[in-house]
Design a protein around this ligand. Structure first.
Ligand code: PEP
Ligand code: MN
Length: 366
């Protein structure tokens, strides 16, 4: 063994947060970033009002960290000790706002506005999609959901219209201006879907499909990552880490209820997961009260509770005629019920220090 191999500690892949002195200029920061790259790190700058950090992925061995401490401009060097690292709260100065670009101006998830996403479980035909989109938009929804590929428990159930549904979603976006959220189930579809939809949904059943997480991480599309049916909070964060490790930091987490012994509801909404996630990560957290409760009468109460607990948004299933829906009709709201919910939600949003699109009458359609 060479002398060098004997004395050098083995590399420890990890994430290190490098804090810089408050007076550091933009130019010095860029120099520091270049120096970190020379040390073998990839460095991402996270700038807040009062603090700036560089989030560095690379060899976090003690020796390497000591080398970072002496670089000009460095105030502190702290390894992220949690198993999730880029997703950990300390890896960003401020909470992350995921920006979804759209023709009518971006939709920001994780900011002051409570963002409501609504639409059918699956895209069944263009007229029903368009009708739902207009209805939810005028009630204050900021994005349209609609499944093209459906993860169904039975292979004999409706599986979604696939590519045809993606075309319909694109046309309805064109007509309404609402960005589209749709589930991607297959690594082979990621590229096409990343071109056609605005937010890539990874469903509960795929939360630990690591090749899929890696593939959506290679795109730069915002990802809506749903908690698995029996996934722990830490496992949800590790799934987010898979996406982020590929360079895609635009992850929105979604609590959608977990399996428990209680059969009165489809799943059990884990309300505590919202404040726990808010403490553990800088990523935005939204709630799906439709799949959690599995009943239309529970969608309102679960939505209000989610907003009170600090959720950044909601994703709600709405169908023009729930009894005829090809999937999840049992839990869908009719458009008028959705509009009613949005009216009531305004009070909770204000109490939680949020704004809601319905609060602005100018945004409503005539
Ligand atoms: C859905 O959004 O229609 C869906 C299938 O959700 P989940 O993955 O949470 O079950
Ligand atoms: Mn559904």
């Amino acid at each position: 063994m060479s002398e060098d191999r004997k004395t050098k500690s083995p590399p420890v892949p990890g994430v290190v947060v490098v804090g810089v002195w408050p007076e550091t200029t933009g130019e010095q920061l860029e120099h520091l970033r270049a120096a970190l790259v020379l040390e073998g790190f990839s460095a991402h700058i996270s700038r807040g009002e009062t603090r700036t950090i560089l989030v560095c992925v690379g060899d976090a061995s003690p020796m390497n960290m000591a080398a970072l401490m002496v670089l000009p401009g460095v105030e502190s060097v702290t390894p992220v000790r949690k198993p999730y690292k880029l997703a950990a709260r300390e890896s960003s100065v401020d909470p992350t706002v995921v920006r979804v670009p759209s023709a009518r101006g971006p939709v920001d998830v994780g900011g002051k506005e409570l963002v409501v996403i609504a639409g059918p479980c699956s895209v069944e035909a263009e007229p029903m999609l368009l009708e739902t989109a207009h209805a939810v938009r005028s009630a204050g929804a900021r994005m349209l959901r609609g499944g093209a590929f459906k993860p169904r428990t039975s292979p004999y159930s409706f599986q979604g219209l696939g590519g045809e549904a993606l075309e319909m979603l694109a046309r309805v976006r064109e007509e309404t201006g609402l960005p589209i959220v749709s589930e991607v189930m297959d690594t082979r579809e990621v590229e096409r879907m990343a071109e056609m939809v605005d937010v890539l949904q990874v469903g509960a059943r795929n939360m630990q499909n690591f090749p899929l997480l890696t593939e959506v991480g290679r795109t730069r599309r915002p990802v809506l990552l749903k908690r698995g049916l029996s996934a722990r909070i830490e496992e949800l964060l590790m799934a987010a880490e898979y996406v982020m490790a590929q360079g895609n930091r635009n992850v929105i987490l979604c609590e959608r209820g977990i399996r428990t012994f209680e059969p009165a509801t489809r799943n059990t909404l884990d309300i505590a997961a919202i404040p726990v996630l808010k403490a553990e990560t800088h990523l935005p957290v939204i709630v799906d009260p439709s799949h959690a409760g599995g009943r239309p009468d529970l969608v309102g109460p679960l939505s209000y509770a989610a907003v009170a607990a600090g959720a950044d948004g909601l994703i709600i299933e709405v169908h023009p005629c729930p009894e005829q829906a090809l999937s999840d009709g049992d839990q869908a709201l009719e458009p008028v019920q959705f509009a009613d919910l949005m009216q009531h939600l305004g009070v909770f949003a204000v109490a939680a220090g949020r704004t809601l699109a319905t609060a602005d009458p100018a945004r409503r359609e005539p």
